[in-house]
Design a protein around this ligand. Structure first.
Ligand code: ADP
Length: 450
């Protein structure tokens, strides 16, 4: 069982992991780039090491430098956080080959889920409902491809097996566009992901994004921790999330949750993970699994009362999961606003010096952030500077608290998307709940034309 953890990440999630480790009396080693030297969490670590210049390629994505830091500081485990190396199976292999524990699933699980075709096949085998589509890769033979496409029906979406981050996808409206679109998507996939395999599935017009958090130990026991709705997105990036997903009937949710748990058993999944679904007309359609801790995990912590990061670390330490499915509660409603350093209208990044920093507080309010007054937001990384998480007994209570918290909050010196969040919580459709994944972009389009 390890007693020391190296955090191979930065920003709010580095701080979140550090807090979990310190509460568990683990020794914490933080690695950072030259740009993150002055981050507050660096001071709280038992040891801190600069691993390279600001660009992520030379620091947070430099696996060799991170492993060297682990050796120098005597770390026994590595927590990859999210993004960066968190879903890199080769890195997980290298960590284990160095005799350290990778706090995450096995490299093999990561490889299955990293290939979307293999992932869908594994999910089908476990009875997880998937978007109707091609069984494996779309064949190169034109008439075979057309036959499969006709079976799926139009519109359909072509997706790269190795795709991610909302890239490598193309919607095809009609049969006459199929072959050209397939050729283009294959070529893009080959260049971007070094894997030209693509597949096709039905394009859903008005889905919501509903996901299920799971946790599994190494002994074949897993539970699901409830649902989250992350439909409010811009360019496939989540902006605001909530738990549980509103208006989803408890029985069909439980059925899908059980299938996710079964899938974990079948692939020998260990640690935390998230099954992402599109949800339309009362049906769930699996799209992908994230094999890591997610940005939005705190909304599930709020409704379940569990510390997901501490549980994740315990699973990596080889502990048994004592939690039974019947122990998992879902109390009240929780929201999370991703606070980004960006222009609220143009979405251009807005790095720079924070001159005013007034985080909100009060009952049911949690604010996860590494930033402070006098902190300089580096221009080298994504623009997330904090997460506002609000919990209430009912959805209306949580929304009211969220509105107050957003009003209280003040950040000066840089532009942030706080005005966007304030508009969202005043949007009658959002207040009613159950908006689809296109809702936010439709709203933004209307506003830009006004
Ligand atoms: P990535 O790994 O790149 O994030 P996903 O498979 O998770 O790719 O899909 C990203 C987004 O693309 C989804 O959240 C949804 O907005 C859209 N999308 C994916 N598949 C479909 C589909 N079958 N129908 C409609 N929209 C889809």
């Amino acid at each position: 069982m390890f007693r020391s953890v190296l955090i191979a990440n930065r920003g709010e999630i580095a701080l979140r992991i550090l807090r979990a480790c310190r509460a568990m009396d683990l020794r914490v080693i933080v690695v950072h780039s030259e740009a993150d030297r002055d981050a507050s969490y660096v001071r709280h670590a038992d040891a801190a090491l600069c691993i390279g210049p600001a660009p992520a390629q030379q620091s947070y994505l430099n696996g060799a430098a991170i492993l060297l830091a682990a050796e120098v500081c005597g770390a026994e485990a590595i927590h990859p956080g999210y993004g960066f190396l968190s879903e890199n199976a080769d890195f997980a292999d290298q960590v284990e080959a160095s005799g350290l524990t990778f706090i995450g699933p096995t490299a093999q699980s990561m490889r299955i889920m990293g290939d979307k075709i293999a992932a869908k096949q594994a999910m089908r085998a476990a009875g997880v409902p998937c978007v109707p589509g091609s069984d494996g890769a779309l064949p190169l033979d034109p008439s075979a491809a057309q036959e499969i496409a006709n079976e799926i029906g139009y519109p359909l979406i072509l997706k790269a097996a190795g795709g991610g981050g909302g890239r490598g996808m193309r919607v095809v409206e009609q049969e006459s566009d199929l072959l050209a679109a397939a050729a283009m998507t294959r070529e893009e996939a080959r260049r971007a992901f070094n894997n030209s395999a693509i597949y096709a599935e039905r394009f859903l017009r008005h889905p919501r994004h509903v996901e299920i958090q799971v946790i599994a130990d190494s002994f074949g026991h897993a539970v699901w921790l409830g649902s989250r709705d992350c439909s409010l997105q811009r360019r496939h990036q989540k902006v605001l999330e909530e738990a549980p997903a509103p208006g989803v009937d408890a029985e069909s949710l439980a059925r899908v949750g059980e299938r996710c748990v079964e899938a974990c058993r079948q692939i020998g999944y260990r640690g935390v993970g998230t099954f992402e679904f599109l949800y339309e007309d009362g049906s769930f359609f699996f799209i992908e699994m994230n094999t890591r801790l997610q940005v939005e995990h705190p909304v599930t912590e709020a409704t379940s009362g569990l510390d997901i990061v501490q549980m994740q670390i315990r699973m990596a330490q080889g502990e048994r999961l004592t939690l039974q499915q019947s122990d998992v509660a879902c109390r009240g409603q929780a929201f999370e606003c991703r606070i980004n350093a960006e222009d609220p209208d143009t979405f251009a990044p807005s790095p720079g010096l924070i001159s005013t920093w007034e985080p909100p507080g009060g009952p049911g309010v949690r604010f996860d952030s590494h930033a402070f007054s006098g902190y300089r937001v580096p221009r080298h990384y994504d623009s997330l500077i904090g997460k506002l998480i609000v919990h209430g007994a009912t959805r209306a209570d949580a929304l009211a608290r969220l509105r107050v918290a957003l009003d209280e909050m003040a950040i000066g010196g840089i532009a942030t998307n706080l005005p966007l969040h304030r508009r969202i919580v005043a949007d009658p459709d959002f207040i009613r709940g159950e908006v689809d994944i296109h809702h936010l972009e439709n709203r933004l389009r209307v506003r830009n034309h006004a």
